[in-house]
Design a protein around this ligand. Structure first.
Ligand SMILES: [Fe+2]
Ligand SMILES: [Fe+2]
Length: 482
């Protein structure tokens, strides 16, 4: 382990950032900590706060040693501040400062821009915990309950990661922003979270799996772009956060696979050939595939809005400044400045979808979104293989990127999931075949009965292939005091 990377577990805040040697910062974080715990208890998971949960805690940042498993009460979780190891001689990899040594301090001219990036990222972390706070009551198994709480405590740690950067590098403004991160609330009319998808409800476990597949994956893309940052502390923070994000996406990806497995198995047992015969499939107490498709349509498009406008000056400025790169910037072979480059962008022109070349710098949101969509496609292909293997003839797909948008080029367009342009009235008339209806929501809700015996699973969900930390199928991941 390089110098300065040892984890300090003795203080209130486990860290590998030398907190003990920085009295001012330690005091700022210790002052913030009680408010965080209040927030966690008041806005975090409802119930189970006294239950022992089999959680992993980061004890090192090297690939092997960053997860230690053990039973812990959530409020006692050691939310730490952990940075990936420094890269010797790291240089800025893109933009106007390309080739200069990476910044260890905030460059004055970009202070406001950088702070804004940290706050927007930071705001999403507690938001998702708030969105998911009621799910414990209806967990389909102890395994799933544990995974929910693992995601929740790690989103809490991600908030710590951004608050660390704000407090360490932004003085008084940073402290104020850190307070505000605890003040906003997902879905609150007066003080909502900053981004739309993080103010939506996550009312059931199907929504949770789709959220972790689609929306945590947006988180991954944003973190990956920030991991390229010329501001080295941000880069190192994000690199470590990405290791945790992988588990969140696994929860979603495998969760949907298990939904599909269970549905297809139930259909086969009952001899149902037609996957669109929702009434018969639902009579089996499982989620019919067309409903899953409508839920995919919703969560995918809500998440696309998080990428912002296809054409964006902010994105161009952040790249030029060396603050936020492209996905895998360091693997791309070009000049990393993009001054003369172009990038194809889908635009809505006089009621038609056209592809136009735009200056590559202005099109960075579109590019990141394209990288995101490509990853989502892989996930859907995996799900389709599960369906095909079960002998059911149905294919899931991602809707057109112009469908159901609130932000960007297609905000005013009425486009069907298959890309057909519709009149507004026709879109409305067919809405319930595109997006989940209230009745779909009610049906899904009706399935949300908790399963709490070790090894027990709700009827709409197949058990996982392997346990967490290789535990056996009947392992009690959460010890519920009755
Ligand atoms: Fe996160
Ligand atoms: Fe996440």
């Amino acid at each position: 382990m390089p110098d300065g990377m040892a984890i300090d577990y003795d203080g209130l805040i486990p860290n590998n950032v030398g907190l003990n040697a920085d009295a001012r910062l330690r005091k700022a974080l210790e002052t913030w900590h009680p408010g965080y715990i209040d927030w966690w208890k008041g806005c975090g998971p409802v119930g189970f706060q006294d239950a022992e949960v089999y959680l992993r805690t980061a004890v090192g940042v090297d690939p092997e040693g960053w997860a230690r498993f053990g039973f812990v009460k959530m409020a006692d979780y050691r939310w730490g501040i952990l940075l990936a190891p420094p890269i010797e001689g790291r240089r800025i990899g893109f933009g106007a400062h390309m080739g200069e040594p990476a910044w260890q301090e905030v460059p004055g001219e970009y202070r406001a821009q950088l702070r804004r990036l940290l706050v927007i990222q930071g705001d999403t972390e507690p938001a998702s915990v708030e969105q998911q706070r009621h799910l414990g009551a209806t967990a389909p198994s102890l395994y799933d309950l544990r995974n929910l709480f693992q995601v929740n405590v790690e989103e809490g740690r991600h908030l710590w990661a951004m608050v660390y950067l704000l407090q360490k590098y932004f003085g008084r403004d940073g402290r104020e922003e850190a307070e505000d991160l605890l003040r906003r609330r997902s879905g609150d009319r007066d003080t909502p979270r900053m981004l739309g998808a993080f103010n939506e409800a996550t009312p059931d476990w199907l929504s949770f799996f789709l959220f972790t597949f689609f929306t945590d994956r947006d988180g991954k893309m944003q973190l990956a772009a920030l991991a390229q940052s010329g501001f080295d502390p941000l880069s190192r923070t994000c690199r470590f956060m990405l290791t945790e994000e992988a588990h969140h996406m696994f929860v979603g990806d495998s969760g949907i696979q298990r939904v599909i497995q269970r549905t297809c198995a139930a259909m086969r047992e009952a001899g149902i050939e037609d996957p669109t015969d929702a009434e018969r499939v639902r009579a089996l107490g499982v989620i019919d595939l067309p409903t899953l498709q409508r839920k995919i349509n919703l969560h995918f498009t809500l998440t696309l809005d998080l990428f912002g406008n296809e054409i964006s000056t902010n994105a161009a400025n952040a790249f030029n400044a060396g603050l936020k790169g492209r996905y895998r910037e360091d693997k791309i072979e070009d000049d990393h400045r993009l001054l003369d480059a172009t990038y194809p962008v889908l635009r809505w022109r006089n009621g038609v979808i056209v592809r136009e070349d735009a200056p590559a710098l202005s099109a960075l949101n579109m590019r990141l979104r394209d990288d995101y969509v490509a990853e989502c496609e892989h996930g859907v292909a995996r799900w389709n293989r599960v369906i095909a293997a079960s002998g059911v003839s149905f294919r899931l797909s991602l809707p057109h990127v112009g469908f159901n948008r609130r932000i960007g080029e297609f905000a005013a367009a009425a486009i069907a999931p298959d890309g057909t342009i519709l009149a507004a009235e026709e879109f409305q008339a067919r809405r319930d075949s595109f997006l989940p209806s209230a009745a779909d929501g009610d049906y899904i809700q009706s399935l949300m009965v908790p399963a709490r015996a070790p090894g027990e699973y709700a009827a709409w969900l197949a058990p996982p292939r392997v346990g967490i930390d290789n535990k056996p199928g009947d392992f009690a991941y959460v010890k519920i005091a009755e």
